[in-house]
Design a protein around this ligand. Structure first.
Ligand SMILES: [Mg+2]
Length: 258
């Protein structure tokens, strides 16, 4: 069976408007073929549930950049709330570093609204975090390297998304994709072919680990580097950005039988 894993912002959702309207034909094509669509985003579960509902799907979801999985039958819910301890760790960094990173926990709903362009209701859901902290790092390249090294010693990592730098545990969308694909395989007894779509560095590991990866163009940031997987033909790039690119890429895969 085929399972599609997709990032949201800048991939299935327009980078600016957060609309997936342009991808409706491809979403319908997946539905018609009963191909599950697993959303994989840095967004929170609270934010992703209404989006999944609007799309009309009820599949497992990779939340907060791979820090958690939601909606997977039999999946043990991760320890209640790792967010508070992450916030404490960020606040306890040496003073010259602590002031350089500002995250959603430092911002009011109004500020998150202004930074993301989300509606205030969606911004409030984005603040309901359990595992990870997206934000902005305002220091020099040297300070950034020191920030990363410091997080590494604390068993955390910082991952660059299309808009924010997310501080999170050392897991990824890629590891979660493998976990969910294995769950589908054991549930159906069929081998699973994974298709992954994403636009930013935080998607790269997932794109590399998938049987087929599609880089969705995003003119808002520098293009992703060309890797061996892409040179070998396992990763392709969309012509159009966001949901237009998603639509074109999925329809093309459907047409060619994946
Ligand atoms: Mg993205």
């Amino acid at each position: 069976m085929i399972v599609v894993f997709s990032d949201l912002d800048g991939t299935l959702l327009d980078h600016e408007t957060y609309s997936f309207a342009a991808a409706l034909p491809a979403l319908a094509a997946l539905r018609a073929r009963r191909i599950p669509l697993v959303l994989a985003s840095s967004k929170t579960e609270a934010e992703m549930r209404p989006i999944a509902e609007a799309i009309g799907i009820d599949h497992p979801m990779i939340v907060e950049n791979g820090a958690g999985i939601a909606n997977l039958a039999g999946h043990r819910d991760e320890e209640a709330n790792q967010y508070e301890s992450l916030r404490r760790i960020l606040q306890s960094l040496p003073e010259h570093l602590a002031g350089l990173f500002e995250g959603f926990g430092d911002w009011s709903v109004e500020q998150v609204t202004a930074r993301t362009g989300l509606a205030p209701t969606a911004a409030a859901l984005a603040k309901q975090r359990r595992f990870s902290e997206p934000g902005i790092f305002s220091g020099s390249a040297e300070q950034r390297a020191e920030f990363y090294a410091r997080l590494d010693t604390l068993d955390y990592q910082a991952v660059q998304g299309g808009r924010f730098l997310t501080v999170m545990p050392k897991t990824s969308k890629a590891e979660r994709m493998v976990e969910i694909a294995a769950a589908y395989a054991s549930e159906t007894g069929e081998p699973v072919t994974t298709i992954a779509l994403g636009d930013a560095p935080n998607d790269l590991a997932m794109l590399e680990a998938a049987d087929r990866g599609v880089i969705i163009a995003n003119p808002a940031h520098a293009p992703l580097p060309v890797t061996n997987r892409e040179r070998q033909g396992f990763i392709s790039r969309s012509r159009n950005a966001g949901p237009e690119g998603w639509n074109e890429s999925i329809l093309q895969l459907v047409e060619t039988g994946f």
